[in-house]
Design a protein around this ligand. Sequence first.
Ligand code: PML
Ligand code: MG
Length: 238
Amino acid sequence: MDFYSVRMRANTAGQHISGAEDIVSANDVAATCAALAQRALDHPKGSAENTTITVEALKEEEIWRVPQVSIKNLEVESPEHAHTVIRALLRGHTPHVERIIETTFAVRDMRGAMLIDAAQAERLEPDLQRGIRVSHIGAKLAFSTERVGKNAALEAVILASKVAAHPDVLAELCISDDPAYTTGYVCVAGTYHRVPHIKEPGSRAGGRAFIIRPGADVLALIEYLESHPVLVEVNSIA
Ligand code: PML
Ligand code: MG
């Protein structure tokens, strides 16, 4: 069967509005393009002025299939409590937990994620403002026509599953940059820990940090995250 990576990016006057993608079979390309185009028009940040949709043929044998991470919903009462929980989850993977948490809360408006070396807490992305954009990812059901609406949690689980499948990624910490979305997550050892109240409502803080195994081949990792096609076998996001 032929598969295609279908990716949408939308902006207004150069400001990023929306981005989404899937990997689908030839029969679903047209419907996926239509759904993604509509999504850019209906975005709560305002109808996008410019939408670009890319359709790229993939070789079936180059697509990796990875399992979905399992999900654990944590009971967290406040941002202070969230900090304690994040610290406990990341301890054991890096001696620089505090610095990594601080950095992840400090960044603003990055398009992609930070790569942070676990041993030194140094940033490894070639472009520190852009970061690394995880792409060429799909789950067949995620952005199908029945699911035109944005589902932040489902999309985050799919992205985290691609990231976690790489052996050089030890952990991921994510705080949504959406001021109204106050649930974040820590993904470690194949489990996506949902962390409610990770920040105060209205806060513009937010970014993603991937904590990287010391000695990793960073260029190969970036190539995997940005360009290697991965289909996530989604089972449940409950
Ligand atoms: C984002 O805004 O891209 C991050 C969304 C985090 C979703 C966390 C969850 O609800 O599971
Ligand atoms: Mg976002």
